[in-house]
Design a protein around this ligand. Structure first.
Ligand code: F1P
Length: 300
């Protein structure tokens, strides 16, 4: 198989994979019901999907929802979580397994995972498996977005528009100025902050690019000093007043496709990451210093 083959095939299959996730949500899942106090955890890409879900759920008035990196989760009794929701494609990530083991019998757990034949299943009270979204590439694309499509659907959102937007995001041209840019800053608000962090991570993992990411309103509190000609500021979701004009004054390229669902916009960034990898002779299916899952020595 040629370099980049898995990532390209997997990212291209996202519309079908999201449809499968929506069907799964409609069929009934053990995901947290409205009113439950939820801690949602993951590592890397899965943590960023947790952040997006937490913002969506709590802002929809469906209950307290806090997102944590699995290694930094605060799950003391005083927080009174009703459920821990873990997200992990591999089902083998050490920090996630340690956390599931640590709360076992004290806080009910449900894990959204790509590969159910893994230790996370044994350590979780409930699971929601997305084997159709599991991936061969080290760099995650469709598992993460399908997990979020599942979670959005479970929150009561109609994600059919996002599916159509993803199809469109797969067909629009990737601009050469994005492939050649020196630096990217990704911004978001609310649930799209997590997407901005994921966009930045994807670009780093797949193409070793210099990227940063911030809540959009934080950008003017320092990070905008990085914006300059030949660099890109890429916004997910609604634009804070005056931001576009301020970025334009720096000479940086401002990218904001306001009408596209932000999850579909992430698909476009994945394509940019792939093209940047190709242009640098890199293989995002096997990126430098990364493995499909981080498994430390004492994994249970
Ligand atoms: C999480 C993760 C990935 C990252 C890298 C290492 O994996 O941090 O997001 O790209 O490959 O693993 P998982 O817990 O979702 O399997």
């Amino acid at each position: 198989m040629s370099e980049t083959a898995h990532m390209e095939r997997e990212l291209s299959s996202q519309p079908q994979s999201w449809r499968s996730a929506v069907r799964l949500a409609a069929a009934g899942t053990p995901l947290p019901e409205a009113g439950r106090r939820v801690a949602v955890v993951g590592c890397g890409t899965s943590w960023f999907m947790a952040q997006a879900y937490a913002a969506l759920r709590e802002r929809a008035g469906l209950g307290v929802t806090d997102a944590f990196a699995a290694s930094e989760a605060l799950l003391g009794a005083e927080r009174e979580y009703d459920v821990v929701l873990a997200i992990t494609r591999s089902g083998t990530t050490t920090e996630v397994l340690r956390l599931l083991e640590a709360v076992r019998g004290r806080i009910p757990t449900v894990t959204v995972l790509g590969d159910p034949d893994t230790p996370a299943t044994e350590l979780s009270d409930e699971t929601v498996a997305l084997p159709f979204a599991d991936e061969l590439s080290v760099v995650q694309t469709r598992f993460a977005t399908s997990a979020l499509a599942l979670l959005r659907s479970h929150l009561g959102e109609d994600v059919s528009g996002a599916v159509c937007d993803a199809e469109e995001a797969l067909s629009v041209p990737v601009r050469q100025e994005w492939v050649e840019a020196e630096q990217f800053s990704f911004l978001g608000t609310g649930w799209t902050v997590g997407l901005a962090h994921e966009a930045a991570l994807k670009m780093r993992e797949a193409s070793q690019s210099w990227t940063e990411s911030y809540p959009a309103m934080e950008y003017r509190h320092g990070p905008i000093s990085i914006a300059a000609p030949g660099r890109v500021t890429w916004l997910f979701g609604p634009s804070p007043e005056g931001l576009e004009e301020e970025v334009a004054r720096t000479g940086a390229v401002f990218v904001h496709h306001e009408r596209r669902d932000p999850l579909a916009e992430l698909v476009l960034v994945q394509r940019v990451a792939l093209e940047r990898a190709r242009s640098r002779g890199l293989d995002p299916d096997a990126p430098r210093s990364l493995t499909r899952s981080v498994m430390l020595d004492d994994t249970p």
